[in-house]
Design a protein around this ligand. Structure first.
Ligand SMILES: Cc1cc2nc3c(=O)[nH]c(=O)nc-3n(C[C@H](O)[C@H](O)[C@H](O)COP(=O)(O)OP(=O)(O)OC[C@H]3O[C@@H](n4cnc5c(N)ncnc54)[C@H](O)[C@@H]3O)c2cc1C
Length: 215
């Protein structure tokens, strides 16, 4: 049975991206897992990865509105005090041995950065780098949360700004790949397939590449 959670606030970050902040209640999950969120009684829900840490006192999700989509336009219109149904947690996209001394590479497109934000807030000692693909520079939400931005590389495909002009695959091709790293990929299927193939070509073992496809 899904649980009802009260909306604390909706934070608009741009024209189509927003944070949903919910009361936590007693909800438990492992960093990297997702939940199903839907409007009460609608019978329709969608999966969202937690953006907030395992121990935060609220549940936060980073969501992109899909124009004409079934659920996201309604979520974007929620107000403080409304309720949503939350079901879960689900998923296997979590870190088996955090703080094992290995270097983690988190490669995201768009809101695919959500589980990585959760990882770094949950495991402050993690040795990691974020490589984030976005269309425009103003989609690099919360880059300062990744150790003041020092562990964050923004790959901006359109316009100016960011750390690299182009896609995450362009960045990896230019900068090279750490064969001994552990790679977590999250976002759209096209990015995940392209990065997976590139990493395998460069000699990264298949067991060191873990993926979560959003759409
Ligand atoms: C495990 C998992 C975790 C997810 N976590 C998140 C998350 O943290 N944040 C988040 O924003 N989304 C996340 N998603 C995607 C989310 O579940 C929905 O697919 C998305 O919000 C669209 O819902 P909708 O009902 O508005 O659109 P729908 O009516 O379901 O879809 C309309 C179309 O839009 C496409 N689409 C879906 N998402 C996007 C997108 N972001 N950009 C462009 N096109 C898209 C779909 O492929 C579909 O063709 C996750 C998906 C999965 C499987």
């Amino acid at each position: 049975m899904p649980n009802l959670h009260k909306v604390r606030k909706i934070e608009l970050l741009g024209r189509h991206t927003f944070r949903v902040v919910l009361e936590r209640n007693d909800f438990k999950f492992t960093a990297g897992q997702c939940v199903n969120i839907g409007l009460p009684g609608s019978g329709i829900n969608r999966e969202y990865s937690s953006y907030s840490s395992e121990t935060a006192d609220e549940l936060v999700f980073l969501i992109r509105e899909v124009e004409g989509g079934t659920v996201t336009p309604a979520l974007m219109k929620l107000k403080a005090g409304d309720q949503v149904e939350v079901d879960g947690p689900y998923g296997e996209f979590w870190i088996r041995t955090p703080n094992d001394g290995r270097k983690y590479y988190f490669i995201a497109s768009g809101t695919g950065i959500a589980p990585f934000h959760c990882f770094v807030k949950t495991y402050p000692k993690l040795d990691y780098q974020i490589i984030h693909g976005v269309r425009a520079a103003d989609e690099q939400y919360d880059r300062a949360d990744f150790e003041g931005g020092s562990r964050y590389v923004g790959c901006v495909s359109q316009g100016t700004g960011g750390d690299f002009k182009g896609r995450v695959t362009g960045y990896l091709t230019e900068k090279g790949v750490d064969k001994n790293g552990v790679y977590y990929l999250c976002g759209n299927r096209g990015m995940i397939n392209d990065v997976y193939d590139l990493l395998r070509e460069k000699g990264v073992g298949g067991t060191n590449i873990i993926t979560e496809t959003f759409f």
